[in-house]
Design a protein around this ligand. Structure first.
Ligand SMILES: [Zn+2]
Length: 279
């Protein structure tokens, strides 16, 4: 009722404004949600799950899972600040409840916090009630720390069913964030390997997975951030990256690439689903 009245009022105001000031800004009604869908909604708005997005700039999203960690996460925040990189932290609820100060610092410095469950179980094998408890407790802990609810979640190990994605999105409003770059840092292959894997696989629009609970991962980030920056990449939060999403252009046909393609030009990325137990 109120929405209808305010829409009518906005329309009247709009018509009046159109008469008074030609070429004015769009009416305020267009800014408000759910009154009328925008005619050209971004394709990302209907999508629930993301492994990467198509963007037309050098933007990526660095994500760090399983923390916060009392020692490592503050070190990582220092490094991110030095590079003006923004990151998204998919936190385990228990850790979030133990270190709300670290979450507050992350938010204050422009980063994002997402829900990564309370105890890091395999959600794909759990009952709906169990999944709901995991997510709700973590949502509550994040809200207690930073005063707002997360809008993103990442299932531990990337394990989640299509049906779960749907009801989690409907009930919590979350978008489900996977990844397309996985350096397998949790296996602790050594900082140089972590760095080279990330550098090799990252493209514009990539969502990079790492974990801020392993010392060698944090060690790897010094060189990783340096080199990503040198290549011109800019890391933004996942939510920011999603707002930049553009429709993917039609797949290139199988014609051979033009010769002399510079090695530095990032290939267009068509991401396969992650196939390993990261997250
Ligand atoms: Zn995890």
């Amino acid at each position: 009722m109120f929405a209808r009245l305010s829409l009518a009022f906005s329309l009247i105001s709009y018509l009046w404004l159109q008469g008074s000031f030609a070429q004015n800004d769009p009416p305020a009604a267009e800014q408000s949600d759910r009154v009328a869908p925008a005619p050209s909604a971004s394709p990302a708005s209907a999508q629930i799950t993301f492994e990467s997005v198509y963007v037309d700039g050098p933007y990526i999203a660095l994500t760090f899972d399983d923390g916060p960690n009392a020692n490592l996460t503050p070190k990582l925040l220092n490094m991110l600040a030095a590079h003006h990189f923004k990151a998204t932290f998919f936190v385990v609820g228990q850790n979030a409840a133990d270190h709300p100060d670290i979450l507050r610092r992350a938010i204050h410095e422009g980063h994002e916090v997402g829900n990564h469950s309370w105890t890091h179980p395999n959600l794909g094998k759990m009952s709906d009630d169990g999944v709901r408890r995991e997510l709700q407790k973590t949502d509550d802990a994040i809200f207690a720390a930073i005063g707002k609810h997360p809008t993103l979640m990442r299932p531990p190990y990337g394990s989640i069913t299509a049906r779960q994605k749907r009801w989690i999105h409907d009930d919590f409003g979350y978008r489900i964030i996977l990844w397309d770059v996985d350096p397998l840092d949790w296996k602790r292959p050594g900082p140089a390997v972590v760095t080279s894997r990330i550098l090799k696989e990252t493209h514009p629009g990539s969502i990079v997975l790492a974990h801020d609970i392993h010392p060698p991962t944090i060690e790897a980030m010094a060189s990783t951030f340096d080199q990503l920056e040198r290549k011109g990449f800019k890391s933004v939060t996942v939510s920011e990256l999603l707002t930049m999403a553009k429709p993917r252009p039609p797949k290139a046909t199988a014609t051979p690439r033009a010769t002399g393609t510079p090695a530095t030009s990032p290939p267009v990325h068509s991401s396969p689903a992650p196939a390993n137990p990261g997250g």
